[in-house]
Design a protein around this ligand. Structure first.
Ligand code: NOJ
Length: 781
């Protein structure tokens, strides 16, 4: 490797400029910046104006900036700290009312910037009046809520949407959700979650787009565009909040809130790209994460918040802390008390404090003693005012109470149904068990989630989940085959060890032509603080499947869950498995659409499916090791008691048709690394995809690269392009991708964020999963 390095010229780009360096040259040549700097210099958290190489979205318009400065000049110190405070609302009357009274009082006195968890146009307007009509400066409040995968119309959980591999699918949810939530007085959603994760035990994996930074980046940007539109001041739009910044998806042991120790290069190549994509898409706000990043809690992390987010990315919106996250710097063991916590968090770049009140309680004293700089305080306030102005809150602080959307409409239900069907992943389909024929005369629906109308909504569902029951699989099946005899037997519960219902379930299957066994997790099994150490099917569900298999009848298992489960036991028993996630309001209809072939499944796995919990972490983009797996060599990297590799690879998903790949071509077989890094040169990759079966269907065309020899060991594969296409039987299409510096380069452990594009060979793979075989070679000279 050393010899290899010394032969190489290495193209580097640090935050300020691209630099051509050679290991033989002591004085690097300074070249032109690779990316255009923003037109207006960005102000970092320390108030230092600087240009950044990363062209962020920040487009401060002079008029807004003048308004912000003018207002800031009129504010007292108390009012400034007031803008930095967010309090929570208690939607129920009763003991929590005291908390609401405190919010009203603070709003009227100009000591409050925001409230979360308040909904309802009337309720929001009532509270807003205190701020706008009673406070000295009349600065409106911004109302925030977790609108994660639907408000009244529940869409599939975000991880499911990751399986769509389709930015348009993701945007559709965001647009519907924004319209519904905005009509209820909400201005701002705490979404999208952009946390890449290799941890299926971690319940919050349900809320992200899976294990891949490229896929997550594309879908995160799509979600931001869906919520915000071109201009988030427009009716029916929300300001978005990309979260959790940063590294939250890599907790030790998968335990929520746990320590994250991540190298700089992994931070930059795995965790940060989706956040950068969100900033480039114009995301209004960012939320800090609960975890530490290499020993420094994210809420006190100057490196991630100031140096990277503010200065490198050029983010000019505001950062909100997570719930009590500032106060939690005390148990983290980096702050002695509330004052210390406020000093650290505000100093690092957390602009708004969620729920805890350390800024409000200690800010003035910290300012007077010089522990907080006025410049930084003003910067934080300016960021919040800027977003409120961009939202149009000063012109339109109230929500039209007559415009509140009452219920999901036929059209939003159709969107939810199409989305859920588009996200379903057919994991296994032996002997064409699926689709069931429309002429099926009798079918048994079995399993604890077969007639469920609640769990299907999934974690973090909106208020709609409480009011509008989801369509159950049973109902969906009955509607799909109205002439068939459809029977239902639960068999067992999701949890617990009662097998008393097995006999009835087996009898129902024996009396039918075929069966659908609907199993999985409850909504509460994934999401925040919902970590499982054993991620097989809970309870005796796997045993139920074994009993059904013994009947010898054809059957399909439908898995409804918020995370990738260990399905090894199910795969052994079931001829067909459809992974439909927690599919939302129209889940049962969508599942039936796929089971009976109205929709040909086109979802693909956004995470690797492990064979066993003991195999974690297992993800496709791992490094090779010096002793990669070799079945014939004991001293290579493997488990003694497990077959090598995942149960299902990232990107996997079957269809009722088949696809063939051919003609993988590059626009150039060889290109200069310098041209790629400095000149923005790109290589075009083309591949022909053909529907070789007898049904129309969707294929997710995936492009992976492997940098064969680099100065830092690289992943065995990295997804760098995908496109979901629909092909008729016999139809072929050529799909084109582009590879540039971001695709061919990688980061080092240099905290300045150096991106290297090194000469050498790259294998380029195209196909229908991360195990794609078709490949060609690109050489960077
Ligand atoms: C804590 C969660 O981590 C975060 O994602 C959420 O937005 C806030 N609570 C507000 O509910």
């Amino acid at each position: 490797m050393a010899e290899n390095l010394s032969r190489r010229s290495v193209f580097r780009a640090s935050a300020g400029a691209a630099v051509l360096a050679s290991s033989a040259s002591a004085s690097p040549l300074v070249a032109t910046p690779a990316a255009a700097a923003p037109a207006v210099p960005q102000t970092g958290s320390a108030g230092v104006a600087r240009r950044t190489a990363a062209a962020g979205p920040a487009r401060p318009d002079a008029k807004t900036e003048r308004r912000v400065r003018k207002l800031l000049a009129r504010m007292t110190v108390e009012e400034k700290f007031g803008q930095l405070q967010q309090l929570t609302w208690n939607p129920d009357t009763g003991p929590g009312e005291g908390q609401n009274e405190a919010a009203r009082e603070a709003a009227a006195e100009g000591r409050l910037g925001s409230v979360l968890n308040i909904t309802g146009a009337k309720e929001c307007n009532e509270l807003q009046r205190y701020a706008v009509e009673e406070s000295r400066l009349g600065i409106p409040l911004i109302f925030g809520l977790d609108v994660i995968h639907g408000f009244l119309t529940t869409f599939p959980v975000p991880l499911a949407q990751g399986a769509s591999f389709d930015p348009d699918v993701v945007t559709r949810d965001a647009e519907v959700s924004a319209r519904e939530a905005a009509s209820w007085g909400v201005h701002w959603t705490f979404a999208p979650m952009a946390d890449v994760s290799h941890e299926p035990r971690w319940g919050r994996i349900a809320e992200g787009s899976g294990e891949d930074p490229y896929l997550t980046a594309q879908l995160t940007a799509a979600k931001v565009r869906g919520y915000q539109g071109e201009d988030y001041a427009a009716d029916g739009r929300l300001a978005a909040c990309v979260k959790h910044f940063v590294g939250y998806g890599f907790p030790e042991g998968g335990r929520d809130y746990n320590t994250v120790d991540i190298s700089e290069r992994r931070l930059r190549d795995m965790a940060l790209p989706p956040f950068k994509a969100a900033v480039d898409a114009g995301v209004a706000t960012v939320m800090a994460s609960f975890n530490t990043v290499n020993g420094v809690p994210a809420h006190a992390n100057r490196h991630t918040l100031s140096a990277i987010l503010h200065e490198e990315f050029g983010f000019d919106g505001f950062v909100v802390g997570d719930y009590n996250g500032v106060q939690e710097l005390i148990p983290h063991g980096v702050a002695a008390d509330g004052a210390d916590a406020a000093r650290l968090a505000l100093g690092a770049g957390v602009d708004m404090e969620m729920v805890s009140t350390t800024y409000a309680d200690n800010g003035k004293a910290l300012l007077e003693s010089g522990q907080i700089e006025l410049e930084r305080l003003d910067d934080a306030v300016a960021r919040i005012l800027r977003v409120k102005m961009r939202l149009g809150l000063f012109e339109k602080p109230y929500t039209d109470e007559d415009g509140e959307i009452a219920e999901p409409t036929a059209s939003t239900r159709r969107h939810a149904r199409e989305t859920a069907a588009a996200c379903a992943v057919l994991l296994k389909n032996e002997e064409h068990t699926l689709p069931f024929g429309k002429d099926t005369s009798s079918l048994a629906v079995i399993g604890p989630l077969g007639d469920d109308t609640q769990e299907l909504h999934g974690t973090w569902a909106g208020p709609g989940a409480r009011k509008f029951p989801a369509v159950s699989v049973l109902e969906g099946v009955k509607k799909a085959v109205p002439d068939a005899k459809v029977t239902f037997a639960r068999g067992c519960d999701v949890t617990g060890d009662d097998t008393g219902g097995f006999a009835k379930a087996v009898a129902a299957v024996q009396a039918s032509d075929a069966a659908v066994v609907v199993v999985g997790e409850k909504a509460s099994h994934s999401g925040e603080a919902a970590v499982r150490s054993d991620i097989t099917l809970p309870g005796v569900q796997e045993e139920l499947i074994r009993r059904i298999a013994k009947t010898g009848k054809p059957f399909a298992v439908v898995v409804l869950a918020g995370r990738p489960l260990v399905l090894s036991g199910v795969v052994k028993q079931a001829p067909a498995i459809l992974n439909a996630w927690h599919p939302g309001l129209e889940g049962g209809n969508a599942v039936a659409d796929v089971l009976f072939g109205k929709v040909n499944p086109g979802g693909r796995l956004p995470t690797t499916y492990p064979r066993a919990v003991g195999q974690l972490a297992v993800y496709y983009g791992h490094e090779n090791t010096g002793r990669p797996y070799n079945p014939d060599d004991k001293y290579t990297s493997k488990y003694l008691d497990l077959p090598h590799g995942p149960l299902f690879p990232f990107g996997h998903g079957l269809s009722y048709t088949t696809f063939g790949y051919s003609g993988l071509e590059l626009s150039e077989k060889s290109v200069s690394a310098r041209a790629v890094r400095e000149g923005g040169a790109k290589v075009e990759v083309k591949v022909k995809v053909e529907n070789t079966g007898r049904r129309a269907g969707d294929e997710v065309v995936q492009l992976y690269i492997r940098d064969k020899v680099a100065s830092i060991a690289q992943p065995v594969r990295r997804l760098r392009g995908f496109e979901r296409i629909t092909l008729k039987p016999g139809e072929g299409r050529t799909v084109a991708f582009e590879l540039g510096a971001d695709d061919l380069g990688f980061h080092t452990n240099d905290p300045q964020g150096e991106l290297l594009v090194e000469p050498g060979e790259f294998e380029i793979y195209a196909g229908g999963s991360s195990e794609a075989r078709l490949h060609t070679t690109l050489t960077l000279t």
